[in-house]
Design a protein around this ligand. Structure first.
Ligand SMILES: NC(=O)C1=CN([C@@H]2O[C@H](COP(=O)(O)OP(=O)(O)OC[C@H]3O[C@@H](n4cnc5c(N)ncnc54)[C@H](OP(=O)(O)O)[C@@H]3O)[C@@H](O)[C@H]2O)C=CC1
Ligand SMILES: Nc1nc2c(ncn2[C@@H]2O[C@H](COP(=O)(O)O)[C@@H](O)[C@H]2O)c(=O)[nH]1
Length: 327
Protein backbone atom coordinates (compact mmCIF):
# COMPACT_ATOMS: atom_id res chain seq x y z
CA UNK A 1 0.00 0.00 0.00
CA UNK A 2 1.46 3.36 -0.95
CA UNK A 3 0.34 6.81 0.16
CA UNK A 4 -1.09 6.11 3.61
CA UNK A 5 -2.68 9.06 5.41
CA UNK A 6 -5.26 9.82 8.05
CA UNK A 7 -7.99 12.40 8.57
CA UNK A 8 -5.74 15.16 9.84
CA UNK A 9 -3.33 14.73 6.90
CA UNK A 10 -5.94 15.64 4.28
CA UNK A 11 -7.68 18.83 3.22
CA UNK A 12 -10.42 18.88 0.63
CA UNK A 13 -10.05 21.51 -2.10
CA UNK A 14 -12.95 23.96 -2.55
CA UNK A 15 -14.83 24.18 -5.85
CA UNK A 16 -17.05 27.04 -7.09
CA UNK A 17 -20.18 27.37 -4.97
CA UNK A 18 -23.51 26.86 -6.78
CA UNK A 19 -25.91 27.72 -3.93
CA UNK A 20 -26.99 31.04 -2.43
CA UNK A 21 -27.25 29.60 1.04
CA UNK A 22 -25.82 26.51 2.77
CA UNK A 23 -29.38 25.69 3.79
CA UNK A 24 -29.99 24.67 0.15
CA UNK A 25 -27.54 21.76 0.53
CA UNK A 26 -29.03 18.35 1.20
CA UNK A 27 -27.16 16.02 3.58
CA UNK A 28 -29.58 13.11 3.31
CA UNK A 29 -28.54 9.63 2.27
CA UNK A 30 -30.26 6.43 1.17
CA UNK A 31 -28.99 3.43 3.11
CA UNK A 32 -30.49 -0.03 3.12
CA UNK A 33 -33.69 1.10 1.41
CA UNK A 34 -34.44 4.02 3.73
CA UNK A 35 -33.59 7.69 3.64
CA UNK A 36 -31.78 9.31 6.57
CA UNK A 37 -31.03 12.95 7.37
CA UNK A 38 -27.29 12.37 7.80
CA UNK A 39 -24.68 9.83 6.64
CA UNK A 40 -23.84 9.36 10.31
CA UNK A 41 -24.60 6.66 12.88
CA UNK A 42 -23.70 6.73 16.59
CA UNK A 43 -21.46 3.78 17.52
CA UNK A 44 -23.24 0.64 18.73
CA UNK A 45 -21.58 0.94 22.15
CA UNK A 46 -23.16 0.85 25.59
CA UNK A 47 -22.12 4.41 26.58
CA UNK A 48 -23.30 5.82 23.23
CA UNK A 49 -26.73 4.35 22.54
CA UNK A 50 -29.64 2.91 24.49
CA UNK A 51 -33.32 2.24 23.78
CA UNK A 52 -34.34 5.88 24.34
CA UNK A 53 -31.72 7.29 21.99
CA UNK A 54 -32.49 4.63 19.37
CA UNK A 55 -36.18 5.54 19.50
CA UNK A 56 -35.41 9.25 19.25
CA UNK A 57 -33.12 8.73 16.26
CA UNK A 58 -35.56 6.45 14.42
CA UNK A 59 -38.46 8.86 15.03
CA UNK A 60 -36.42 11.74 13.65
CA UNK A 61 -35.09 9.98 10.53
CA UNK A 62 -31.57 9.32 11.71
CA UNK A 63 -29.93 5.91 11.29
CA UNK A 64 -29.04 4.00 14.46
CA UNK A 65 -27.62 0.59 15.42
CA UNK A 66 -28.50 -0.72 18.89
CA UNK A 67 -25.59 -2.37 20.75
CA UNK A 68 -25.51 -6.09 21.61
CA UNK A 69 -24.35 -5.95 25.23
CA UNK A 70 -27.72 -6.67 26.84
CA UNK A 71 -28.65 -9.56 24.54
CA UNK A 72 -31.75 -10.54 26.51
CA UNK A 73 -33.36 -7.14 25.79
CA UNK A 74 -33.21 -7.41 22.00
CA UNK A 75 -36.54 -9.19 21.43
CA UNK A 76 -38.45 -6.63 23.51
CA UNK A 77 -36.55 -3.86 21.78
CA UNK A 78 -37.72 -5.04 18.35
CA UNK A 79 -41.30 -5.44 19.61
CA UNK A 80 -41.29 -1.91 21.08
CA UNK A 81 -39.99 -0.40 17.84
CA UNK A 82 -42.67 -2.32 15.91
CA UNK A 83 -45.45 -1.00 18.19
CA UNK A 84 -44.31 2.53 17.33
CA UNK A 85 -44.01 1.73 13.63
CA UNK A 86 -40.27 2.46 13.75
CA UNK A 87 -37.48 0.52 12.06
CA UNK A 88 -35.49 -1.94 14.19
CA UNK A 89 -31.68 -2.09 13.90
CA UNK A 90 -29.84 -4.48 16.20
CA UNK A 91 -26.38 -6.01 16.65
CA UNK A 92 -25.31 -9.63 17.03
CA UNK A 93 -22.09 -11.46 17.82
CA UNK A 94 -20.91 -14.84 16.54
CA UNK A 95 -21.00 -17.09 19.59
CA UNK A 96 -23.22 -20.21 19.65
CA UNK A 97 -26.26 -18.57 21.36
CA UNK A 98 -26.53 -16.06 18.55
CA UNK A 99 -27.45 -18.78 16.03
CA UNK A 100 -30.53 -19.73 18.02
CA UNK A 101 -31.34 -16.05 18.57
CA UNK A 102 -31.40 -15.39 14.81
CA UNK A 103 -33.65 -18.42 14.26
CA UNK A 104 -36.01 -17.26 17.04
CA UNK A 105 -36.41 -13.87 15.33
CA UNK A 106 -37.46 -15.62 12.12
CA UNK A 107 -39.81 -18.03 13.94
CA UNK A 108 -41.53 -15.18 15.79
CA UNK A 109 -41.74 -12.95 12.75
CA UNK A 110 -39.62 -10.30 14.44
CA UNK A 111 -37.49 -9.47 11.43
CA UNK A 112 -35.33 -6.40 12.12
CA UNK A 113 -34.85 -4.04 9.19
CA UNK A 114 -31.09 -3.89 9.93
CA UNK A 115 -28.72 -6.37 11.59
CA UNK A 116 -25.05 -5.66 12.30
CA UNK A 117 -22.51 -8.37 13.03
CA UNK A 118 -20.28 -6.56 15.52
CA UNK A 119 -16.91 -8.28 15.86
CA UNK A 120 -13.38 -6.89 16.33
CA UNK A 121 -11.80 -9.04 13.62
CA UNK A 122 -14.57 -9.44 11.04
CA UNK A 123 -12.45 -11.14 8.39
CA UNK A 124 -12.99 -14.60 9.84
CA UNK A 125 -14.84 -17.86 9.23
CA UNK A 126 -17.19 -17.37 12.24
CA UNK A 127 -18.36 -14.06 10.72
CA UNK A 128 -18.80 -15.62 7.27
CA UNK A 129 -20.81 -18.45 8.85
CA UNK A 130 -23.00 -15.94 10.70
CA UNK A 131 -23.58 -13.91 7.52
CA UNK A 132 -24.82 -17.07 5.77
CA UNK A 133 -26.98 -18.03 8.76
CA UNK A 134 -28.64 -14.61 8.91
CA UNK A 135 -29.19 -14.49 5.15
CA UNK A 136 -30.78 -17.95 5.31
CA UNK A 137 -33.18 -17.16 8.16
CA UNK A 138 -33.68 -13.39 7.81
CA UNK A 139 -33.18 -12.70 4.10
CA UNK A 140 -35.12 -9.42 4.27
CA UNK A 141 -32.90 -7.81 6.89
CA UNK A 142 -30.21 -5.46 5.61
CA UNK A 143 -27.01 -7.04 6.90
CA UNK A 144 -23.94 -5.05 7.91
CA UNK A 145 -20.79 -7.05 8.73
CA UNK A 146 -17.50 -6.02 10.29
CA UNK A 147 -15.09 -4.82 11.25
CA UNK A 148 -12.50 -5.17 8.54
CA UNK A 149 -9.55 -3.24 7.16
CA UNK A 150 -8.61 -4.75 3.81
CA UNK A 151 -10.12 -5.07 0.32
CA UNK A 152 -9.88 -8.89 0.56
CA UNK A 153 -12.04 -8.84 3.66
CA UNK A 154 -14.61 -6.51 2.09
CA UNK A 155 -14.88 -8.75 -0.96
CA UNK A 156 -15.15 -11.95 1.09
CA UNK A 157 -17.88 -10.62 3.39
CA UNK A 158 -19.81 -9.16 0.45
CA UNK A 159 -19.47 -12.47 -1.37
CA UNK A 160 -20.81 -14.33 1.69
CA UNK A 161 -23.93 -12.14 1.57
CA UNK A 162 -23.25 -8.96 3.58
CA UNK A 163 -25.19 -5.96 2.25
CA UNK A 164 -22.64 -3.53 3.66
CA UNK A 165 -19.28 -3.78 5.38
CA UNK A 166 -17.87 -1.76 8.27
CA UNK A 167 -14.25 -0.63 7.96
CA UNK A 168 -12.01 0.27 10.89
CA UNK A 169 -9.84 -1.82 13.16
CA UNK A 170 -8.18 0.19 15.88
CA UNK A 171 -8.78 3.87 15.02
CA UNK A 172 -11.32 4.41 17.83
CA UNK A 173 -10.82 6.96 20.60
CA UNK A 174 -11.08 4.35 23.38
CA UNK A 175 -9.32 1.68 21.33
CA UNK A 176 -5.96 0.24 22.33
CA UNK A 177 -5.85 -2.54 19.71
CA UNK A 178 -3.17 -0.71 17.76
CA UNK A 179 -0.95 -0.50 20.84
CA UNK A 180 -1.66 -3.94 22.32
CA UNK A 181 -1.44 -5.96 19.09
CA UNK A 182 0.46 -3.87 16.56
CA UNK A 183 -2.37 -4.38 14.04
CA UNK A 184 -5.09 -2.32 12.51
CA UNK A 185 -5.99 0.82 10.63
CA UNK A 186 -5.18 3.21 13.50
CA UNK A 187 -3.16 6.09 12.08
CA UNK A 188 -4.19 5.38 8.47
CA UNK A 189 -7.95 4.83 8.75
CA UNK A 190 -8.78 7.24 5.92
CA UNK A 191 -6.35 5.53 3.53
CA UNK A 192 -7.70 2.12 4.57
CA UNK A 193 -11.20 3.37 3.85
CA UNK A 194 -10.14 4.44 0.36
CA UNK A 195 -8.39 1.11 -0.22
CA UNK A 196 -11.48 -0.86 0.87
CA UNK A 197 -13.94 1.39 -0.97
CA UNK A 198 -12.16 0.77 -4.26
CA UNK A 199 -12.80 -2.97 -3.86
CA UNK A 200 -16.36 -2.67 -2.54
CA UNK A 201 -19.42 -3.28 -4.67
CA UNK A 202 -21.80 -2.46 -1.79
CA UNK A 203 -21.93 0.38 0.77
CA UNK A 204 -19.18 0.88 3.33
CA UNK A 205 -19.49 2.27 6.84
CA UNK A 206 -16.33 4.09 7.97
CA UNK A 207 -15.98 3.26 11.67
CA UNK A 208 -13.77 5.08 14.17
CA UNK A 209 -11.28 7.92 14.22
CA UNK A 210 -13.71 10.77 13.53
CA UNK A 211 -12.53 13.70 15.66
CA UNK A 212 -14.17 16.65 13.90
CA UNK A 213 -17.25 17.21 11.76
CA UNK A 214 -14.95 17.84 8.80
CA UNK A 215 -13.84 14.21 9.09
CA UNK A 216 -17.38 13.18 8.07
CA UNK A 217 -16.97 14.98 4.74
CA UNK A 218 -13.51 13.43 4.32
CA UNK A 219 -14.97 9.95 4.92
CA UNK A 220 -17.61 10.57 2.26
CA UNK A 221 -14.87 11.77 -0.13
CA UNK A 222 -12.93 8.55 0.38
CA UNK A 223 -15.85 6.19 -0.17
CA UNK A 224 -18.05 5.96 2.92
CA UNK A 225 -21.83 5.71 2.59
CA UNK A 226 -22.21 5.99 6.38
CA UNK A 227 -19.86 7.13 9.13
CA UNK A 228 -19.95 5.49 12.57
CA UNK A 229 -18.95 7.78 15.42
CA UNK A 230 -18.37 7.10 19.11
CA UNK A 231 -16.45 9.83 20.94
CA UNK A 232 -18.24 12.80 19.34
CA UNK A 233 -21.55 11.29 20.47
CA UNK A 234 -20.33 10.53 24.01
CA UNK A 235 -21.09 12.87 26.90
CA UNK A 236 -24.52 14.18 25.91
CA UNK A 237 -27.32 14.76 28.39
CA UNK A 238 -29.06 11.65 27.01
CA UNK A 239 -25.89 9.48 26.77
CA UNK A 240 -26.09 6.30 28.86
CA UNK A 241 -22.63 6.72 30.47
CA UNK A 242 -22.22 7.65 34.15
CA UNK A 243 -21.92 11.39 34.91
CA UNK A 244 -19.29 12.63 37.39
CA UNK A 245 -18.15 16.06 38.54
CA UNK A 246 -14.45 17.01 38.64
CA UNK A 247 -13.07 20.47 39.51
CA UNK A 248 -16.57 21.88 39.09
CA UNK A 249 -16.90 20.40 35.59
CA UNK A 250 -19.46 17.78 34.56
CA UNK A 251 -17.93 14.77 32.79
CA UNK A 252 -19.43 11.59 31.31
CA UNK A 253 -17.86 8.19 30.88
CA UNK A 254 -17.07 6.64 27.50
CA UNK A 255 -15.64 3.12 27.45
CA UNK A 256 -14.60 0.64 24.78
CA UNK A 257 -16.71 -2.42 24.02
CA UNK A 258 -13.57 -4.53 24.52
CA UNK A 259 -12.59 -2.70 27.73
CA UNK A 260 -12.43 -4.30 31.15
CA UNK A 261 -15.48 -2.18 32.13
CA UNK A 262 -17.58 -3.71 29.38
CA UNK A 263 -16.25 -7.25 29.69
CA UNK A 264 -16.18 -7.44 33.49
CA UNK A 265 -12.83 -9.22 33.26
CA UNK A 266 -9.25 -8.55 32.22
CA UNK A 267 -9.15 -11.04 29.33
CA UNK A 268 -8.21 -9.85 25.84
CA UNK A 269 -8.75 -6.23 26.77
CA UNK A 270 -8.45 -3.95 23.73
CA UNK A 271 -10.33 -0.92 24.98
CA UNK A 272 -10.07 1.73 27.68
CA UNK A 273 -12.35 4.08 29.60
CA UNK A 274 -12.17 7.84 29.53
CA UNK A 275 -14.27 10.79 30.64
CA UNK A 276 -15.45 13.38 28.14
CA UNK A 277 -16.84 16.83 28.80
CA UNK A 278 -20.59 17.04 29.22
CA UNK A 279 -21.94 18.31 25.89
CA UNK A 280 -25.59 19.21 26.33
CA UNK A 281 -28.39 17.91 24.12
CA UNK A 282 -27.78 15.26 21.44
CA UNK A 283 -30.00 17.11 18.96
CA UNK A 284 -27.71 20.17 19.16
CA UNK A 285 -24.79 18.03 17.98
CA UNK A 286 -26.87 16.45 15.21
CA UNK A 287 -27.99 19.91 14.05
CA UNK A 288 -24.43 21.23 14.09
CA UNK A 289 -23.26 18.16 12.14
CA UNK A 290 -25.95 18.79 9.54
CA UNK A 291 -25.02 22.48 9.21
CA UNK A 292 -21.31 21.68 8.93
CA UNK A 293 -21.99 19.02 6.31
CA UNK A 294 -24.22 21.42 4.37
CA UNK A 295 -21.28 23.80 4.41
CA UNK A 296 -18.98 20.98 3.18
CA UNK A 297 -21.36 20.33 0.27
CA UNK A 298 -21.31 24.02 -0.64
CA UNK A 299 -17.48 24.03 -0.58
CA UNK A 300 -17.61 20.95 -2.84
CA UNK A 301 -19.54 23.03 -5.37
CA UNK A 302 -22.77 21.02 -5.20
CA UNK A 303 -26.20 20.70 -3.64
CA UNK A 304 -26.18 17.01 -2.68
CA UNK A 305 -23.85 14.87 -0.58
CA UNK A 306 -22.53 13.17 -3.71
CA UNK A 307 -20.76 16.41 -4.73
CA UNK A 308 -18.19 15.69 -2.00
CA UNK A 309 -17.28 12.31 -3.51
CA UNK A 310 -15.36 13.80 -6.44
CA UNK A 311 -13.61 16.87 -4.98
CA UNK A 312 -9.83 17.23 -5.19
CA UNK A 313 -7.76 16.86 -2.05
CA UNK A 314 -4.22 17.55 -0.88
CA UNK A 315 -2.04 15.68 1.63
CA UNK A 316 -0.80 18.21 4.19
CA UNK A 317 1.11 16.22 6.84
CA UNK A 318 1.41 12.84 8.53
CA UNK A 319 0.40 11.52 11.97
CA UNK A 320 0.17 8.16 13.72
CA UNK A 321 -2.11 8.51 16.71
CA UNK A 322 -4.72 10.98 15.45
CA UNK A 323 -4.45 12.90 18.72
CA UNK A 324 -5.09 9.85 20.92
CA UNK A 325 -3.25 8.92 24.11
CA UNK A 326 -2.98 5.55 25.85
CA UNK A 327 -4.63 6.86 29.07
N1 LIG B 1 -13.38 -1.80 15.69
C1 LIG B 1 -12.38 -2.16 16.44
O1 LIG B 1 -11.24 -1.78 16.22
C2 LIG B 1 -12.58 -3.06 17.60
C3 LIG B 1 -13.82 -3.21 18.13
N2 LIG B 1 -13.99 -3.98 19.24
C4 LIG B 1 -15.35 -4.10 19.77
O2 LIG B 1 -15.33 -4.82 20.98
C5 LIG B 1 -16.47 -5.67 21.10
C6 LIG B 1 -16.03 -7.08 21.38
O3 LIG B 1 -15.51 -7.62 20.19
P1 LIG B 1 -15.08 -9.13 20.05
O4 LIG B 1 -14.00 -9.39 21.05
O5 LIG B 1 -14.79 -9.39 18.64
O6 LIG B 1 -16.40 -9.90 20.41
P2 LIG B 1 -16.65 -11.24 21.17
O7 LIG B 1 -16.21 -11.07 22.56
O8 LIG B 1 -18.06 -11.58 20.92
O9 LIG B 1 -15.65 -12.27 20.45
C7 LIG B 1 -15.75 -12.65 19.11
C8 LIG B 1 -15.31 -14.08 18.85
O10 LIG B 1 -14.20 -14.07 17.94
C9 LIG B 1 -13.05 -14.73 18.52
N3 LIG B 1 -11.82 -14.04 18.11
C10 LIG B 1 -10.77 -14.59 17.48
N4 LIG B 1 -9.82 -13.69 17.22
C11 LIG B 1 -10.27 -12.54 17.66
C12 LIG B 1 -9.74 -11.23 17.70
N5 LIG B 1 -8.54 -10.91 17.22
N6 LIG B 1 -10.46 -10.28 18.26
C13 LIG B 1 -11.66 -10.56 18.79
N7 LIG B 1 -12.22 -11.79 18.78
C14 LIG B 1 -11.52 -12.76 18.23
C15 LIG B 1 -13.33 -14.64 20.02
O11 LIG B 1 -12.72 -15.70 20.71
P3 LIG B 1 -11.71 -15.37 21.94
O12 LIG B 1 -12.33 -14.28 22.75
O13 LIG B 1 -11.60 -16.66 22.65
O14 LIG B 1 -10.45 -14.93 21.27
C16 LIG B 1 -14.83 -14.80 20.08
O15 LIG B 1 -15.22 -16.14 19.96
C17 LIG B 1 -17.26 -5.50 19.79
O16 LIG B 1 -18.27 -4.55 20.02
C18 LIG B 1 -16.23 -4.93 18.83
O17 LIG B 1 -16.81 -4.10 17.87
C19 LIG B 1 -12.97 -4.63 19.83
C20 LIG B 1 -11.70 -4.52 19.36
C21 LIG B 1 -11.42 -3.77 18.14
N1 LIG C 1 -10.19 -1.46 19.53
C1 LIG C 1 -11.36 -1.13 20.08
N2 LIG C 1 -12.25 -0.48 19.34
C2 LIG C 1 -13.41 -0.21 19.89
C3 LIG C 1 -13.73 -0.58 21.21
N3 LIG C 1 -14.98 -0.20 21.47
C4 LIG C 1 -15.43 0.37 20.35
N4 LIG C 1 -14.49 0.37 19.40
C5 LIG C 1 -14.57 0.93 18.06
O1 LIG C 1 -14.43 2.36 18.13
C6 LIG C 1 -15.45 2.98 17.34
C7 LIG C 1 -15.74 4.40 17.78
O2 LIG C 1 -14.60 5.19 17.52
P1 LIG C 1 -14.51 6.75 17.86
O3 LIG C 1 -13.15 7.14 17.39
O4 LIG C 1 -15.58 7.44 17.07
O5 LIG C 1 -14.68 6.96 19.31
C8 LIG C 1 -16.61 2.02 17.52
O6 LIG C 1 -17.61 2.19 16.56
C9 LIG C 1 -15.90 0.67 17.42
O7 LIG C 1 -15.69 0.25 16.11
C10 LIG C 1 -12.74 -1.25 21.97
O8 LIG C 1 -12.91 -1.57 23.15
N5 LIG C 1 -11.57 -1.50 21.36
Amino acid sequence: MENVFDYEDIQLVPAKCVVNSRSECDTSIEFGGRSFKLPVVPANMQTIIDENIATYLAKNNYFYIMHRFEPEKRIDFIKTMREQDLFASISVGVKDDEYAFVESLAENNLVPEYITIDIAHGHSEPVIRMIKHIKKHLPDSFLIAGNVGTPEAVRELEHAGADATKVGIGPGKVCITKIKTGFGTGGWQLAALRWCAKAASKPIIADGGIRTHGDIAKSVRFGASMVMIGSLFAGHEESPGETIEKDGKKLKEYFGSASEFQKGEKKNVEGKKMYVEHKGALQDTLTEMEQDLQSSISYAGGRQLDAIRTVDYVVVKNSIFNGDKVF
